[in-house]
Design a protein around this ligand. Structure first.
Ligand code: MD3
Ligand code: FE
Length: 213
């Protein structure tokens, strides 16, 4: 009985073909995930990557897992080595991989085994412009994204850059699974507003789990 308390208002919303919002799916793990992010960032600090065009990204990033997503003047790619430390990325915590696998399964993608978890950190004023995630070789595998801290507005367009994006608010603990026909959808995050969250104060974190190889 007690374990079902508050479960009634957790919606599972189909945002699009292949895109499912699992409201609050990671809520009971929020502290565990944020504590782990803190430990990961001690070994692999958040940094503002340079785009191939030479611009500094406003989102700060780090990674955990066998592979990490990096960007520099040479392009975007997955790498086993953190270019700052010269060492492998911190090992992906079991709780991360298990949560991502369970979320993917809840959205209809069984057997998801993430190799990379990109961790994005947003402060007020940070945004992520519309883009596609196509640096992964196996596009049959979904991407699982977990929002932590301050609310944000996801933008997701269509299959071409010009499609007018739809907007949806994502909150601490929300998980979105993007797969199948939604896998190459253009998406981004609107400018983060000034806000206050009990666990992260002004910040938002997003974890994206991917199979990269
Ligand atoms: C839709 N991150 O790291 S996650 C990214 O909130 C990224 O930090 C955003 O986009 C963030 O690449 C949004 C939502 C997301 C992730 C992957 C997708 C949406 C997606 C892949 C295909 C379609
Ligand atoms: Fe993306």
């Amino acid at each position: 009985m007690m374990e079902n308390l508050f479960a009634f208002d957790r919606r599972q919303l189909a945002l699009d073909q292949g895109a499912v919002l699992l409201e609050g799916f990671a809520l009971s793990l929020d502290r565990v995930l944020l504590d782990a992010v803190g430990r990961i960032a001690e070994a692999a600090p958040f940094r503002h990557l340079e785009t191939p065009g030479g611009r500094r990204m406003s989102v700060a990033m780090t990674n955990t897992g066998r592979l990490g997503w990096v960007s520099d003047r040479r392009g975007y790619r997955y790498d086993e080595i953190d270019p700052i430390s010269g060492r492998p990325w911190p090992t992906m915590p079991k709780a991360f991989a298990e949560m991502a696998r369970n979320a993917a399964a809840a959205a209809g993608f069984d057997g998801f085994a993430p190799e990379a978890c990109l961790i994005n950190r947003y402060e007020p004023g940070t945004k992520l412009s519309l883009h596609q995630d196509h640096d992964e070789r196996n596009l049959d595998q979904p991407i699982v994204s977990v929002s932590l801290g301050v609310d944000a507005t996801f933008l997701w367009g269509g299959q071409t850059r010009g499609d007018r994006p739809q907007r949806i608010t994502v909150q601490n603990g929300d998980v979105v699974v993007w797969g199948g026909p939604a896998r190459l959808t253009f998406h981004g995050v609107d400018t983060l507003a000034d806000s206050d969250h009990p666990l992260t104060v002004a910040l938002r974190y997003n974890l994206t789990f991917r199979t990269a190889a």
